[in-house]
Design a binder for this molecule. Structure first.
Ligand code: HGY
Ligand code: MN
Ligand code: MN
Length: 408
């Protein structure tokens, strides 16, 4: 192996020392002090090998290994360092540390490359602080207008631009990512499912990424006394929300065809045991690799919200948040990665991603590809998340040979 897995181990361990919830999993929210410390570590390592660092629009970071042809489109590789709350050690981190290690090897071995090679760290991929997934890459690729950021706030009311400024993040490169500047985008990521493990494959070649639609749903009833309000005189927002949430599971199961729907967050006001809930807010995450099926699931769920609320004379509001279309990734890149894996006698498997990734936003801009490495028991977004260092090393090897072939 050209890559050094002990360096990868050290990078993963160092980055995960920066954690707001050491008692339970990993929590590293965008622009938090933990996040900044992790980013600072990676930037220091990238500077050490001589890359040119740029602080880009949307809070993203780019570290360039210049090629012999400075005007040529770049080959980009990387992922994210932010996590869900009480998440795992590998989601996103694996893509950043494998890109860092590949850049080290390219520099150390003086591997010639005509195209520039960029290591990137995308901000707010998870949306766990600002409730808008793929936020940094959406801004950078122009899929979300910069002006929208003023209205994207965390639970404390801090806007994304304010949080960016408070973290001392000063944009040094305002340019957007455009097709003429990009040859390819490659991301190594944990599978976050159990397919590779079940099939005994150590590398997944992602052919498509499921579409995701996020919403916030608010049900408005009437707060009343829990003891004096008869059952037939109530406008109980939580009773309606409970029936809607149960229907979400039924609808996803009835539609099938890889439809998944999740209510992951709920808040009830005023949240007192002796007050009938007046307002309930909850999240909705619906996914499917097929646009038509995804949209039909959304339509059915929206109709169910309306029927249940109308029936109970309650108000409701369905607010769309971040969403990303289902995408197919580049067949050229899948074929190339498959060939590189075969050259190294690595069993690979073509696979569809149920998880969302920044790379999905590059499918229209460049030849976009993802390399999956197995997740133990398919677990992710939890402290139990685990991937073997040896598998991460293989993912890095395939990344390195694919990137150097593209940038030659
Ligand atoms: O939600 C996702 O699929 C990704 O982990 N952000
Ligand atoms: Mn991720
Ligand atoms: Mn994730």
């Amino acid at each position: 192996m050209a890559v050094q897995i002990e360096r990868i181990r050290k990078d993963i361990d160092f980055i995960n020392k920066f954690n707001a919830s050491p008692e339970r999993g990993i929590t590293r929210q965008t622009f938090s002090k933990e996040y900044q410390a992790a980013v600072d570590y990676v930037v220091k390592e990238l500077k050490y090998i001589g890359t040119e660092i740029s602080y880009c629009r949307g809070g993203n970071i780019k570290a360039r290994l210049p090629g012999t042809d400075g005007n040529a489109p770049a080959v980009m590789m990387g992922s994210h360092l932010d996590t869900v709350v009480h998440g795992g050690r590998f989601d996103g981190v694996v893509g950043v540390v494998t890109a860092l290690e590949a850049a080290r090897v390219i520099t150390e071995q003086k591997i010639a490359h005509r195209l520039p090679i960029d290591v990137v760290v995308f901000a707010e991929e998870e949306g766990s602080r600002f409730n808008w997934g793929l936020l940094g890459s959406s801004i950078w690729t122009g899929q979300l207008d910069h002006s929208r950021l003023e209205n994207i706030k965390d639970s404390g009311g801090v806007t994304y631009p304010e949080a960016t400024a408070r973290a001392g993040f000063e944009v040094s490169d305002e340019s957007m990512l455009e097709p003429e500047k990009l040859r390819a985008m490659l991301e190594v990521h944990i599978e976050q499912g159990a397919v590779l493990e079940k099939k005994g494959c150590r590398i997944g070649l992602v052919e498509a990424i499921a579409g995701i639609k996020h919403f916030d749903i608010t049900i408005t009833g009437r707060a009343d006394h829990a003891g004096t309000t008869p059952m037939d005189a109530r406008a109980d927002a939580l009773q309606a929300a409970a029936r809607i949430i149960a229907s979400v599971e039924d609808i996803a199961q009835e539609i099938g065809a890889h439809t998944v729907a999740t209510v992951g967050r709920i808040a009830c006001e005023p949240g007192q045991s002796n007050v009938i809930p007046g307002i309930v807010r909850f999240s909705l995450d619906v996914r499917n690799p097929d646009e038509t099926v995804l949209n039909s699931a959304i339509t059915t769920i929206n109709q169910t919200v309306k029927d249940i609320c109308d029936n109970r004379h309650l108000g409701f509001e369905i607010t769309p948040l971040g969403s990303v279309q289902p995408v197919s990734l580049s067949g050229e890149i899948v074929d190339l990665m498959e060939e590189k894996a075969r050259e190294k006698n690595i069993r690979s498997l073509r696979i569809v991603s149920g998880a969302g990734h920044d790379t999905a936003l590059f499918a229209e801009l460049a030849a976009a590809g993802m390399i999956f490495v197995p997740s133990a028991n398919g677990r992710s977004h939890c402290p139990e998340e685990f991937t073997r260092l040896e598998d991460i090393g293989l993912g890095c090897e395939v990344l390195l040979s694919t990137v150097t072939a593209l940038a030659a």
